[in-house]
Design a protein around this ligand. Structure first.
Ligand SMILES: Nc1ncnc2c1ncn2[C@@H]1O[C@H](COP(=O)(O)OP(=O)(O)OP(=O)(O)O)[C@@H](O)[C@H]1O
Ligand SMILES: [Mg+2]
Length: 144
């Protein structure tokens, strides 16, 4: 059964804090899908998430690189992906998305995951972000 938690974030800092809390709970290994419109806060959430995993280097949007890799302090890696510009699953397999998803000890954080729906396990955690006002976002965290 799915469990769902719902939050109202009133600032970028609050969204980062939610990301950090989820990361600390996950530890190593796992896939987190970030759904939401342009500007909903997926990258802001990701920055907080990376901080929560102990990553101190700057976290920027992988809009053009598609994937950004970070070493985790305790071993393993974080893969932060932005699939907005990826056409389909075939293109994603071309850059090795399945290897990232299946790497032991790795954490994957995926913006625009609907591009590769058929490649994602149902064990992934879903984060749904939606605009409520200029500075407010509704954030739902759904665990399978
Ligand atoms: N409560 C909030 N939480 C997160 N971001 C907020 C909030 N209020 C305002 N913002 C602003 O909304 C924007 C969110 O941008 P962000 O790059 O995280 O969106 P995104 O979902 O990654 O978009 P894209 O699909 O283009 O990658 C930032 O400019 C941020 O400052
Ligand atoms: Mg983004």
């Amino acid at each position: 059964m799915n469990t769902e938690q719902k939050f109202l974030s009133r600032s970028e800092a609050e969204t980062e804090a939610l990301g950090a809390a989820l990361a600390r709970e996950l530890g190593s290994g796992g896939i987190v899908l970030l759904n939401g419109d342009l500007g909903a806060g997926k990258t802001v959430f990701s920055r907080g998430f990376a901080r929560g995993l102990g990553i101190t280097e700057p976290v920027s949007s992988p809009t053009y690189t598609i994937v950004q890799e970070y070493e985790l302090p305790g071993g393993g890696r974080l893969y932060h992906m932005d699939l907005y510009r990826i056409g389909d699953e075939h293109a994603a397999l071309g850059f090795g998305v399945d290897e990232f998803l299946n790497e032991p000890g790795a954490v994957s954080l995926i913006e625009w995951p609907e591009r590769i729906r058929g490649l994602l396990p149902d064990t992934a955690i879903r984060v749904e972000l939606a605009h409520r006002s200029e500075n407010e976002r509704e954030i739902r965290i759904i665990r399978p």
